[in-house]
Design a protein around this ligand. Structure first.
Ligand code: HEM
Ligand code: SF4
Ligand code: SF4
Length: 513
């Protein structure tokens, strides 16, 4: 199932990347887009609130006023409110599916997943309670059906459905309570829930790129003008609504009550949520070993703490006699063993020839000393003047494709694990004539910032920077890991090889270290 979801995202990725460009591809900003939709819902909601009458007798008329008399502003705000809420459901579900597809929710990354489930419930309850407030035929259907659902739970002593037996039974107090829940109570919980959801991540991406925001807002505005949101006939509890148009984004559960009893519907809802909730532990995975700090080699420069995408490193006052202010301390519960901190450590350099190669921070199960050995081993069979050594992410499709094609591949945990001196090492010690860096496609790095930090280090925009003496033309980058696009990686490798001069420099037997 995960494979299928990944293939589906791979198929969607390319046309969207072509249409929007890689940086603005909506698939790379699903969480941030959801927050953007929440902003639109909040701002349009404030406008609606100004004119909304929270009494059961006046609610419908106040919304009608906004929709028709004040169509140029209130009407647009109402439509934006509706369509942004619908869009949020779409992006939330795609976001959930994407995190599942790319396996970024298991082991120590369970927190965002588990805190995401209540967010889905909250968004649905918010949407459903919003439909009550219009007090049209749809609201009547939603109110009565929700009340039946709630009555089947052993929580309320009084019957909720009893509130909707007659028009007189729908009390203003009850209506005002719903308005309070929808307009104030639930939004506050939602904001807190979103904060908690991204709390453990470093630099969470909460704003989509500006162009994507502008394009999304314009599309919603056009939709609002072409298909303005309107009410259905006013609620009349003396009559059963004949035909209602459902908002399938929020109300798809309601028709199930015509097939099954409320009890069965609850079992399905709670059952599905529970399975999703425990998904990070199904089946239990084997945790990788967290990064470890070697104080003798740590100068407290803070780069690892700055680069760690999971907020797993804190700088503490020095606990030894070395003359530095700070030392790096890894929180083993947060560390997902991506190795990105290793790539940022200035002491992780393969040129060190004395003693064992121990940097300030390292991965116990894939240390930099081993990476250096892997380079030597992978480069051994290379010959001629167009030798290319590829660095790829461990277990990636690209690593498999290239290995099968007989290429020299060094597979590391994440591209961000490679300290730039390693690239210099490969070229200056003549292990290869050029280097290809390849891994998860841009914007969906399995470890969030591996591709981005790696790009910035190679472009000399982020420390540790690639040394100036390294010829840029000898380092190619191909961030494409979807099985569908392996042809592109091979093409890029071919292009890199063709760009190399026919005759190698007279340095053949220098590959010694
Ligand atoms: C209101 C709904 C939601 C919002 C606004 C939201 C927002 C976000 C944001 C902004 C991020 C950070 C992205 C980044 O910087 O890499 C994120 C990450 C994540 N979200 Fe959500 N999310 C929502 C619902 C969900 C749901 C329903 C799930 C799954 C059950 C989920 C699972 C995750 C996971 C697994 C991560 C990544 C954590 C990691 O990389 O370790 N989210 N979300
Ligand atoms: S990057 Fe290396 S030297 Fe700098 S604080 Fe982290 S472990 Fe220490
Ligand atoms: S291995 Fe990754 S998660 Fe662990 S401390 Fe280093 S950068 Fe952070």
């Amino acid at each position: 199932m995960q494979k299928f979801a990944r293939a589906a995202f791979g198929t969607l990725q390319r046309p969207l990347a072509r249409a929007f460009g890689s940086a603005d591809n909506p698939l790379n900003h699903l969480g941030a887009l959801t927050i953007f939709f929440c902003w639109i819902v909040l701002i349009s909601g404030i406008w609606l609130l100004i004119f909304f009458r929270t009494s059961v007798t006046d609610a419908f008329a106040s919304i009608e006023y906004l929709t028709h008399e004040q169509w140029y502003l209130g009407g647009i705000m109402r439509s934006l409110h509706r369509y942004a809420s619908d869009a949020a459901i779409l992006t939330i579900l795609l976001h959930l599916l994407k995190e599942f597809a790319f396996d970024t929710y298991r082991l120590k990354r369970w927190f965002s997943w588990v805190t995401g489930i209540p967010l889905v419930w909250m968004v649905f309850i918010l949407g459903i309670s919003g439909y009550w407030l219009v007090w049209d035929e749809l609201a009547q259907y939603v109110a009565i059906t929700s009340a039946e659902l709630l009555d089947s739970l052993p929580i309320f002593t009084d019957s909720m459905a009893g509130n909707f037996m007659t028009a007189a039974a729908v009390r203003n107090r009850f209506f005002t309570l719903m308005a309070f829940l929808h307009l104030i109570g639930l939004p506050i919980f939602l904001v807190f829930g979103i904060w908690l959801h991204v709390f453990r991540l470093s630099r969470p991406s909460i704003n989509p790129p500006r162009r994507l925001m502008a394009g999304t807002l314009i599309s919603l505005l056009i939709l609002s003008l072409v298909f303005p949101a309107v009410s259905q006939d006013p609620a009349d509890l003396a009559l059963a609504p004949q035909s209602i148009e459902l908002d399938w984004f929020y109300l798809h559960v309601f028709p199930l009550l015509q097939i099954w009893s409320p009890g069965i519907v609850w079992v399905i809802l709670i059952g599905v949520s529970s399975v999703i909730f425990i998904a990070p532990w199904l089946p239990p995975g084997k945790a990788t070993k967290p990064a470890t700090v070697d104080l003798d080699n740590c100068n407290g420069c803070e780069r690892c703490a700055d680069d760690c995408p999971f907020g797993a490193i804190e700088m503490h006052p020095r606990s030894d006699d070395l003359n530095y202010e700070y030392e790096a301390v890894v929180d083993a519960d947060l560390c997902v063993s991506c190795g990105i901190c290793v790539g940022s450590c200035p002491t992780a350099t393969p040129f060190r020839s004395h003693g064992t190669l121990i940097p300030g921070i390292d991965l116990p199960d894939l240390p930099v000393a081993h990476m250096r050995e892997m380079i030597k081993k992978a480069a051994e069979p290379l010959s001629g003047s167009k030798r290319v050594l590829t660095f790829s992410c461990e277990g990636s499709t690209t690593a498999d494709t290239l290995s099968k094609a007989g290429e020299a591949v060094v597979a590391v945990r994440c591209m961000g694990q490679i300290p730039p001196p390693f690239l210099d090492y490969v070229l200056s010690r003549n292990f290869a004539d050029a280097v290809l860096l390849t891994g998860c496609s841009d914007g969906r790095c399995r470890y969030r910032f591996g591709a981005e930090w790696s790009n910035q280090r190679v472009e000399r925009k982020r420390d540790p920077r690639l040394r100036k003496r390294v010829d840029d033309a000898l380092i190619a980058r191909a961030w494409q890991d979807f099985p569908q696009y392996q042809g592109n990686v091979l093409k890029q490798l071919q292009a890199l090889r063709e760009s190399l001069p026919e005759v190698a420099a007279d340095s053949e037997d220098e590959a010694s270290q």
